[in-house]
Design a protein around this ligand. Structure first.
Ligand SMILES: C[S@@+](CC[C@H](N)C(=O)[O-])C[C@H]1O[C@@H](n2cnc3c(N)ncnc32)[C@H](O)[C@@H]1O
Length: 190
């Protein structure tokens, strides 16, 4: 990953300054960023959805992983200041559509289906996001959810659903705040 970090030294340095100086950005940690990058590189999703942009750090990693082919990232943020900061941070990225507002209200309006989703917003709401999302997932879509270990009580309903609905194969990784990686099986016999 050193080659990638070197290529984007300038942009990553700006995110680092913001991480150290602005409160409540809640950016993912470096290993999680690199894992997202790697999953996108392997899967090559055409349409990515991110719930929880903040200042755009994780969005940036999704974007550089998917810039070499025809992919689009929709990313949703409800906080005006963080949304605007992300606009500035991501202004040179070509494959990102930033959406301002509550994910619960925006997702139903999105027309396309997704093959990769990163969930990193209100922890207690993960269960709502996934239920709204189901009809918008392509078969074999990958859904990565952050804070599975750090916020295990808040995300319990989400994890129970992922594990018991019969709709997903999944694994929880003990990386940084804890990541659940789920694969949506539209045709799974239930
Ligand atoms: C953990 S931070 C996201 C960090 C970002 N993924 C990163 O690593 O740079 C969570 C963000 O989700 C936003 N958020 C919380 N609830 C939301 C909702 N219902 N819809 C959209 N965004 C939401 C918060 O305002 C916050 O900026």
């Amino acid at each position: 990953m050193e080659r990638i970090k070197e290529k984007y030294t300038h942009e990553l340095a700006r995110f680092e300054v913001q991480r150290n100086n602005i409160r409540r950005l809640w950016n993912i940690q470096q290993d999680t960023a690199e894992l997202l990058y790697t999953f996108v590189k392997i899967k090559k999703p055409k349409h990515i959805l991110e719930i929880g942009t903040s200042n755009g750090f994780s969005t940036f990693w999704l974007s550089i992983a998917s810039e070499s082919y025809d992919a689009v990232i929709d990313t949703i943020e409800v906080d005006k200041d963080r949304f605007k900061l992300a606009k500035r941070n991501l202004k040179n990225r070509k494959n990102i559509i930033q959406r301002f507002g509550k994910a619960e209200l925006i997702i139903p309006e999105l027309l396309d289906k997704f093959d990769f989703v990163f969930i990193d917003a209100g922890k207690i709401n993960y269960i709502d996001y996934i239920k709204i999302l189901i009809s918008k997932l392509k078969n074999n879509a990958i859904i990565i959810a952050d804070n599975i270990i750090s916020h295990k009580d808040s995300i319990k309903e989400y994890l129970d659903y992922i594990e018991s609905s019969g709709l997903f194969d999944n694994v929880t990784l003990n990386i940084d705040s804890g990541l659940n990686v789920a694969i949506y099986k539209a045709n799974k016999i239930r």
